[in-house]
Design a protein around this ligand. Sequence first.
Ligand code: ADP
Ligand code: ZN
Length: 245
Amino acid sequence: MSIEIKIYNKIKLMRLGVVITMYIVMLGAPGTGKGTIGKILSQDLDLTHISTGDIFRDQISRETELGKKIKSYMESGALVPDDVVIETVKTRLLEKDVENGAILDGFPRTAMQAEALKNFLKENKPNAKRVAIELDVPDDEIIRRVVNRLICSNKSCGAIYNKETKPPKKEGICDICGGELKKRDDDNRETVTKRLAIYRQNSKDLVDFYRKNNALYTIYPKDVDVAVKDIKKFLEEYKKGISQG
Ligand code: ADP
Ligand code: ZN
């Protein structure tokens, strides 16, 4: 986004007397494109991208106390316990780069986490608005996407590829940064089936939670660019709605 547009957006919101910050929650089963779409949105909207999965994988690879605690949950495809996740996210949300809002990718994942986020924002960020984007993809396509997924191991890049639908130009090498492409430990058929079942179990409550607030947008993201464009249009309308009362 150009600096002019950024300033224009800020002034527009400041005319309303308050600077509204957006916390955009990406809801969707594994492999629906939360990460891919979330990263693009974070760049286009100049919002910090926070992925609980990435935070946890980083903790595991650095063998921290937290990493040791959560390793077995992640490897088996189970959810990390709510209290651990909530504490981790709260700490992250208080960091300086989150002042202007964030894209939350993979959090909340349970009704309890959604409630915790709501209360945290109410207490700590009075001008924050929460809005959820639900990415809806059929199960058979999800499994196909996840078992073929490859991720750039260079942490500052993290580009996502797919052996079938989006292969890199050179096998095993990231097109963007030349980093080595790897498969995630939990991206196998057995684990993804479990992650998917857990998602389906929790998603109804989560979706209802945001629907009640009139802050839910559901799309079937066939094409990443089209999905990003649609979501941005929805967010513009949503912001307009806020500013008109
Ligand atoms: P995916 O959406 O493909 O499952 P993520 O990177 O978002 O991938 O999450 C990977 C794993 O990290 C999950 O299977 C779970 O073990 C753990 N995790 C991430 N976010 C949460 C969360 N909000 N609550 C509980 N566990 C989580
Ligand atoms: Zn890369």
